[in-house]
Design a protein around this ligand. Structure first.
Ligand SMILES: [Zn+2]
Length: 234
């Protein structure tokens, strides 16, 4: 009996420890999608709305806690694809945002081929690519992460809608080749993930939130990558 109770507490502890809150706040998501060129940019906060109804089916697509603090590789990105929309908290407690980016595009293409209304999948992709550059979505969800998470997510929220230029000025060209699209995309996801997690460690070491300027640079990575994805898909 004692053992069972103890096990329940351990499991509950794990569940609580691995449930990050939000991500970049709504308007920040909208602006990333807009400056990247998504015509229906106004849908880009939708995946956060989906969380309150679908719970873990959706929320695990928004982060990778990387408890081992390991270098993110393209291989890791590919390994996460099949976990898209999965809700196995115990076997997948770290989340799978990297795979979700490619999986959402596969879902888009599948619905497109079937003649269905497919463009909501692009809004999911836009959202995940924006979350990719949020440092706190790429590092363990420890005390530090929990403490500063919300401040970081909303750091440019109040001003960004009127200042898209602050992101645009940090955008650059990313090439995703038609004949090597997923491999190129996985490499770019891993690259931005590694930049983001390293910034996360820096914030943690310095025990502070992200600055606005650091956030604009991060959002510039996301907008650049999503723009390259759209050039392939739209
Ligand atoms: Zn999110």
């Amino acid at each position: 009996m004692k053992n069972t109770v103890l096990k329940i507490f351990v499991v509950l502890g794990l569940l609580l420890a691995s449930s990050p809150g939000h991500a970049w706040h709504d308007q920040t998501h909208l602006v990333v999608a807009k400056v990247a060129g998504l015509r229906s940019w106004y849908n880009a906060a939708g995946p956060d709305l989906a969380k309150i109804k679908t719970g873990n089916i959706e929320s695990y697509n928004h982060w990778f806690n990387n408890n081992a603090e390991a270098e993110v590789t393209p291989r890791m990105v590919f390994e996460q694809i099949e976990r898209y929309n999965e809700r196995n908290k115990l076997l997948d407690s770290e989340g799978h945002i990297y795979g979700a980016i490619i999986a959402s595009l596969r879902a888009y293409e599948k619905d497109l081929r079937a003649g269905k209304y497919a463009k909501y999948h692009l809004a999911y992709c836009a959202h995940y690519i924006a979350d990719l550059s949020q440092p706190l979505h790429n590092i363990p969800y420890d005390n530090f992460n929990q403490k500063v998470h919300d401040i970081n997510d909303g750091i440019v929220e109040e001003t960004i809608l009127n200042e898209p230029q602050k992101i645009i000025q940090h955008m650059y060209v990313i090439k995703l080749h038609q004949d090597n699209f997923e491999e190129d995309l996985a490499r770019e996801i891993a690259r931005i993930a590694n930049i983001s997690r390293k910034l996360g460690y820096k914030l943690r070491a310095e025990n502070r939130s992200i600055t606005k300027e650091e956030a604009y640079v991060q959002l510039g990575h996301s907008a650049s990558l999503f723009k390259a994805v759209l050039q392939h898909h739209q």
